[in-house]
Design a protein around this ligand. Structure first.
Ligand SMILES: Cc1cc2nc3c(=O)[nH]c(=O)nc-3n(C[C@H](O)[C@H](O)[C@H](O)COP(=O)(O)O)c2cc1C
Length: 354
């Protein structure tokens, strides 16, 4: 592996430039933004840092046209990066002033973020911030134990603060109904050679060395298989196997979580992205972990059934299971320098024009 996968995950909060210029603070906050989860670990974000704000930009060259044809998950992933910035701002003593989609003429400019006003970090702010570098997607079996008391309520309150709906499903019958839906969607997705090709392109050793994409190890397979995993997925329809595995994992997890938005616009996707990382950090802070099962949302025809099973009135955007899982390695990340873009030069009016 070209990168010690742990490096970007090791950020020392004590190096935050509290007394330095704001531009250094913005740069430092981005060290946490790049630890956000993203679909297929595409890390589809770019950032611009100015003296008094930062900008989050969609990198659509990293789109997944088959599984995510309208860039919904791409925008959710960028929302996740914004959520990580928000969690860090709260810890470093700022309320955060986040303007989503600030320029109607530029749909790639997803957010403009300023420090905002002074804020006294709460214990929960501190715990969620400390969880940023410990958060993982853990696609393994979770312990058969109930959720810690108060966690479901905490997640519900966090969603309410962001004006989103969040359902926590813990009943065995409801979990197995959702698990069945996930399995159906798995089988359908894997039948499509284009889906398999796209997945395999983000699931290979070459990707791991470019510090994006997923290793087979993150799916519980031996490391050594990573170099052939892409080939296997591309050539064989392993849908039935994936479906059976996901069904078991989903129905045996302590809880399934669905996050839903009122509408289905880029603004909703950003809000869902931000909120869901706050939820993942709250889960991590309690010593638990999560794994996504977004298949029935990715295939639009399953969404209505998921909506009914979760009992939400809005549009489901994310489905994940939570519980206590084994420790897994962090996934790779590109360096911050790779995702920083220069601000455009200020236009200087030349004398010749006047
Ligand atoms: C919008 C979104 C959708 C995702 N969907 C899935 C999914 O359906 N299945 C899955 O195993 N992981 C899914 N993931 C998890 C990513 O694969 C994971 O975040 C990425 O590989 C990086 O790993 P990490 O979360 O451990 O940092 C999703 C992540 C995001 C943000």
């Amino acid at each position: 592996m070209a990168q010690d996968a742990a490096t970007p995950w090791h950020v020392e909060a004590s190096r935050y430039p509290a007394t330095g210029p704001d531009i250094d603070k913005y740069r430092f906050l981005l060290r946490y933004a790049i630890l956000a989860p993203s679909s297929h670990n595409t890390q589809p974000w770019l950032f611009r840092v100015y003296d008094d704000h930062l900008e989050v930009i969609a990198d659509r060259s990293r789109a997944l046209p088959v599984v995510d044809p309208i860039d919904r998950e791409l925008v959710i992933s960028c929302g996740g990066a914004i959520g990580m910035i928000r969690a860090s701002l709260l810890r470093f003593g700022y309320s955060g002033d986040i303007e989503l989609l600030p320029d109607s003429a530029d749909k790639d400019l997803l957010a403009r973020v300023k420090l905002g006003s002074p804020h006294e970090p709460t214990l929960a702010d501190q715990a969620r911030f400390a969880a940023i570098s410990r958060r993982r997607s853990t696609r393994r079996k979770f312990e058969d134990e109930p959720l810690p008391p108060g966690l479901a309520e905490e997640l519900g309150e966090l969603a309410q603060l962001d004006e989103l709906e969040l359902a926590v499903i813990t009943g065995s019958e409801a979990k197995s109904d959702v698990a069945e839906l996930v399995a159906e969607a798995d089988r359908e997705q894997h039948k499509d050679p284009d889906f398999r090709k796209e997945l395999s392109e983000w699931l290979s050793s070459r990707r791991t060395s470019s510090r994006d994409g997923m290793s087979l190890a993150s799916f519980g397979a031996p490391d050594i298989l990573s170099s052939v995993g892409g080939f296997i997925i591309r050539t064989l329809d392993v849908g039935r196997r994936v479906a059976a595995n996901d069904k078991r994992l989903a129905s045996n997890s302590p809880a399934l979580v669905v996050i839903a938005t009122r509408d289905d616009s880029p603004r909703d996707w950003l809000a869902a992205g931000m909120m869901h990382v706050t939820a993942l950090l709250a889960v991590t802070a309690r010593g638990l972990t999560a794994a996504y099962l977004n298949q029935p949302i990715e295939l639009a025809k399953f969404r209505a059934r998921l909506k009914g099973l979760a009992g939400v009135s809005g549009v489901p955007q994310l489905l994940f299971r939570i519980g206590r899982g084994p420790e897994v390695k962090p996934s790779v990340r590109r360096d911050l320098e790779e995702v920083l873009v220069r601000p455009p030069r200020a236009r200087v009016k030349s004398y010749a024009q006047s």
